[in-house]
Design a protein around this ligand. Structure first.
Ligand SMILES: Nc1ncnc2c1ncn2[C@@H]1O[C@H](COP(=O)(O)OP(=O)(O)OP(=O)(O)O)[C@@H](O)[C@H]1O
Length: 309
């Protein structure tokens, strides 16, 4: 079997390139059949993947990068049911590893892909906004969580924290800055086509395929990657000081007890906001809009995960 590696050398401020220098000699030593593609610019991983999967055949793609590179690869795939995905995390947030229990160290991740792992099915999210549509692996959101991604991307905070080995804190620090400076918006929810309710002062709404986003926030603790459902979190109608108290508890999934946190489970959700807000998929800032629809693609993808004990 041939492995096709897609390497983002710039992930976590250059960590991707360093990791690949450890991985490639090991592949050669073990006489593994492989090809490698390096991403050169934003959206390049999607273009590379579209080229590879255009033949409609089965492929094993291994992403060496962060959640953003996973997102681009998933968006480039022609038919998800024909792809097996391996992952060597080199990003700042690495939320994709958490629910799948993927090793975070390079050696462990490579061994899982080459030896001990097995493919497990994973749902693939779909986000529609106007005429455009994107896929997501982990989550998609509108409002404050997306604004954080828009601001964190390429920020000096991210570069400095990555250099200190504290890249995970990028989103937290950016979030705190955002909460203190912005006003929450109204948002109307429809689930499976039915009107649910209007939330005043909404900070953000995220549709989650995985339980974690934003570098370890356990926002939807009950989200399962293969249940054919999205878990949706709405954070609204809370004073700012309470958000500041609540945010750290979300690392442990304890935020769900607070008033102002609503969680829904559904196949499809539509959100209409009072004004155009930033939108993200898998932490990648993709667009601004006031109406989004999140659902699941009909096909699942296979992801190589460690065997369960
Ligand atoms: N050669 C490149 N030069 C600059 N940017 C690149 C290059 N290749 C890919 N990118 C972009 O880098 C961005 C970030 O990549 P990625 O998400 O993998 O790493 P990260 O941001 O460090 O990790 P995380 O998303 O887990 O925080 C993506 O938007 C991607 O398009």
């Amino acid at each position: 079997m041939e492995y096709i590696f897609i390497v983002n050398p710039k992930s976590r401020s250059g960590r991707g390139g360093v990791v690949w220098k450890l991985v490639e000699p090991e592949l050669k030593k073990r006489r593994i059949e492989y090809q490698v593609f390096y991403t050169r610019h934003v959206r390049h991983a999607a273009e590379i993947t579209a080229g590879i999967t255009a033949d409609g055949r089965e492929h094993t793609l291994v992403v060496v990068g962060g959640d953003g590179t996973v997102d681009e690869v998933v968006n480039g795939i022609r038919d998800c049911s024909k792809v097996t995905l391996g992952y060597i995390p080199t990003g700042s947030g690495n939320d994709f590893t958490r629910a799948l229990h993927l090793p975070s160290d390079t050696r462990g991740a490579l061994d899982t892909i080459l030896d001990s792992g097995r493919p497990v099915p994973m749902d693939v999210g779909r986000l529609d906004c106007g005429e455009s549509a994107w896929r997501f692996a982990v989550s998609a959101g509108i409002g404050f969580d997306a604004a954080v991604c828009h601001k964190a991307e390429g920020s000096s905070i991210k570069t400095v924290l990555n250099k200190l080995g504290l890249g995970k804190l990028t989103y937290l620090v950016t979030a705190l800055k955002w909460i203190l400076s912005e006003r929450p918006e109204e948002a109307e929810l429809r689930i499976e086509g039915e009107y649910i309710r209007r939330f005043e002062h909404t900070y953000f709404i995220a549709a989650m395929n995985h339980p974690y986003e934003g570098g370890g926030f356990f926002f939807c603790p009950k989200a399962r990657i293969d249940d054919r459902l999205l878990d949706v979190i709405v954070v609204s109608e809370l004073p700012k000081w309470k958000i500041l108290l609540l945010l750290p508890t979300a690392f442990f999934g304890k935020h769900v007890r607070f008033r102002g946190i609503s969680i829904f489970r559904c196949r499809e959700i539509e959100v209409k906001t009072g004004k155009r807000l930033p939108i993200h998929t898998d932490g990648e800032p993709i667009a601004w809009g006031d109406t989004i629809r999140a659902s699941l693609e009909p096909e699942q993808i296979r992801v190589i995960a460690p065997p369960q004990e």
